[in-house]
Ligand binder design. Structure first.
Ligand SMILES: C[S@@+](CC[C@H](N)C(=O)[O-])C[C@H]1O[C@@H](n2cnc3c(N)ncnc32)[C@H](O)[C@@H]1O
Length: 275
């Protein structure tokens, strides 16, 4: 396969477009990454140059190409019970939350949910810690900009190695074990958990915040790593409006906030509490 060159002026077009559409800020050092990751796509589409691919991308009104582009240049890496310290903290917080909830309703947003491990972990966690789990009205909104990862999340089927770190009890209660056509064992999230998650394609930077009600907590972990300060600031501002006083916002362990001291207080382990 002949490698198609990415000229500086072409890279600049992508850089501006991606920033405007997704908030991802591509520095010039990312030229090699974009060229390397997108070459195969240009060949698949039979396009002769990155300029031609740019035209294809901006004219695709379905948003599918943008979603593919973002998947190619960013990471969708995720896992069950990622960021262990946060789940530990949540055990204690849950006791207080449960005591304050007469209506037995819990609403959570997993923003940038990738292939579903994060929202399903939230449910496994709640199932494990709430004795009367089935009596609760629990809904998780799980959103991502990538249609590819959402397809996997909606299927809710995971290889044995993805669940190997989970306890036997959690596996037993949260998954149905199935044998795939190739004879391998895979783990499907049980229907009674799956039905509590609403997966949606959603761009955190450009799509409107249409939510009528607030969330009891928001997870936006390892998503803002590519965003510049302005984009990050605006998004956190909007998250703040959707959290009631005392509710937590979970970020990734390598992410921290330098602004919003008057609305969000750091509790440790990248957990912020709405003031
Ligand atoms: C590294 S994964 C994190 C998954 C999960 N939150 C975790 O911490 O394990 C980052 C996800 O953010 C999504 N993402 C990146 N930019 C986004 C945007 N502007 N709107 C919505 N999702 C976005 C990516 O598609 C990717 O699936």
């Amino acid at each position: 396969m002949v490698e198609i060159e990415l000229r500086p002026e072409e890279f600049d077009l992508f850089r501006r477009y991606i920033y405007e559409k997704v908030g991802i800020s591509l520095s010039e050092q990312k030229t090699t990454l974009v060229k390397g990751r997108l070459n195969k796509r240009l060949h698949q589409l039979n396009l002769p140059s990155f300029r031609a691919y740019y035209d294809y991308l901006v004219h695709d009104e379905s948003g599918e190409e943008l979603s593919l582009f973002v998947s190619a240049i960013s990471t969708n890496v995720t896992s069950f019970f990622r960021e262990g310290a946060q789940w530990k903290w949540l055990e204690e917080y849950l006791t207080a939350l449960v005591a304050s909830k007469r209506d037995k309703k819990i609403r959570i947003w997993s923003a940038g949910c990738s292939s579903g491990e994060e929202p399903y972990t939230i449910l496994m966690f709640l199932q494990h810690h709430l004795k009367d789990f089935e009596q609760w009205d629990i809904k998780i909104l799980a959103t991502d900009i990538s249609a590819k990862v959402l397809t996997k999340a909606i299927a809710g089927e995971y290889e044995a190695k993805s669940v190997e770190s989970l306890s036997k009890e959690i596996i037993h209660r949260a998954f149905d074990k199935v044998r795939t056509e190739s004879g391998a064992i895979s783990y499907c999230v049980a229907p009674h958990l799956k039905e509590k998650v609403m997966f949606r394609l959603y761009n955190l930077v450009t799509d409107p915040f249409f939510f009528k009600n607030k969330f009891d907590m928001i997870f936006c972990r390892n998503v803002m790593i590519y965003f510049d300060d302005t984009t990050r600031h605006d998004l956190i501002e909007r998250f703040s409006t959707l959290l009631p006083k005392g509710a937590p916002l979970f970020l990734g362990s390598s992410e921290s906030l330098t602004s919003h001291r008057e609305t969000l207080k750091l509790l440790g382990s990248s957990i912020y509490q709405r003031l």
